[in-house]
Design a protein around this ligand. Structure first.
Ligand code: AHG
Ligand code: MN
Ligand code: MN
Length: 323
């Protein structure tokens, strides 16, 4: 008996958001549709003119890859067609995209990294999409306040890994569920029911090439992991696509870190559309996520593209930081 993502969204909504009358699951279906369009392009990347740079830079000052632009357009298009969307925030758009919708119709804000791991597209290494959904606060009509909510206010979060298979993992706050895209029927089918992250793992995941520029507390932490202070030695795995490194951590446990570096004094990863959604998923699966001092989900954002240090993974390894 197969359970599709659409069936699962509907079931989750009926139990958790009965007042949403199908609007919430309809919103999630816009995201899955966009990811199916993206994965189709990812799978043909070498054959289509979607490889390489788009010749432009995004608000991050990073060279946009053609697939970044395509993925962003797919999400903006599919989500823009849903009346329940009040606002969209994308890594690839400097400002939020605001829709003129009545507060009782435009109930949700969707925040996303349309294509994560862009540097890996041209070398056929897994890339992904990350999304996060907030309710539009009733009181505030101040646009900035509407999209700058702490991660603890998320109503849903998820990611898709375009890897050896295409897997979508999401949470609405009552557990984590994974779906594998079945190309034969074009549907995401439940494959990881109630995913739990191991309490400890065998891997740590960090860009060792930058380790000489990490703050001392990070270097001491990595030395302790290597020396077996947590009961065993560790292997290192680092794909360079956050979604792929995190998905492995979800299944195998361990810890992913992106510390402050000389180039990125506040860390490279973005709070709103990388750290927050994955922190929500990690905690729902029994894991943890901090910025070295605070729970990621407690951080009050100041701007939509702000960066944060990130320590994300199993409880044992994340708790051991700073000890
Ligand atoms: P994006 O492609 O959305 O800009 O994200 C890239 C991020 C993340 O996917 C990954 O963990 C990190 O960049 C890798 O950075 P380094 O190459 O500096 O290690
Ligand atoms: Mn990213
Ligand atoms: Mn990206």
């Amino acid at each position: 008996m197969i359970v599709t993502a659409q069936q699962h969204f509907t079931r989750q909504q009926q139990t958790q958001f009965p007042e949403a009358q199908g609007v919430f699951s309809w919103l999630l279906s816009a995201i899955t549709l966009a990811t199916k369009m993206i994965q189709a392009k990812v799978r043909q990347a070498g054959l289509l003119d979607v490889l390489g740079s788009a010749g432009d830079t995004n608000v991050q000052g990073e060279a946009q890859q053609k697939l970044d632009v395509y993925a962003n357009q797919a999400l903006l298009h599919c989500l823009g067609l849903r009346d329940s969307v009040a606002m969209l925030v994308s890594e690839e758009n400097e400002e939020p995209v605001v829709f003129d919708r009545a507060p009782e119709t435009g109930k949700y804000v969707v925040v996303f990294d349309p294509l994560d791991g862009s540097s890996n597209i041209d070398v056929n290494v897994s890339v992904g999409t990350i999304f996060s959904i907030y309710r539009r606060p009733d009181s505030q009509h101040d646009l900035q306040r509407v999209c700058l909510q702490a991660g603890s206010k998320q109503v849903a979060a998820g990611y898709v890994v375009y890897g050896s298979s295409t897997i979508m993992v999401y949470t609405t706050g009552s557990g984590v569920y994974g779906f594998t895209l079945d190309p034969a029927i074009g549907a995401y089918v439940l494959s990881h029911d109630n995913l739990r992250m191991p309490k400890q793992g065998m891997y740590y995941s960090v860009n060792e090439g930058q380790a000489h520029t990490f703050p001392d507390e990070y270097r001491r932490y990595l030395d302790r992991l290597r020396s077996g202070v947590l009961g065993h030695s560790y292997s290192t795995r680092y794909v360079g696509s956050l979604v792929a490194d995190f998905h492995r951590t979800m299944l195998k446990g361990g810890v992913f870190l992106y510390p402050p570096t000389r180039q990125y004094q506040k860390g490279k990863l973005r709070l709103m559309y990388e750290a927050n959604p994955l922190a929500f998923i990690a905690e729902q699966a029994g894991g943890m996520a901090t910025d070295g001092y605070r729970r990621i989900l407690d951080i009050e954002p100041e701007n939509i593209h702000q960066r944060t240090p990130l320590i994300l993974g199993s409880q044992m390894e994340v708790e051991a930081f700073g000890k």
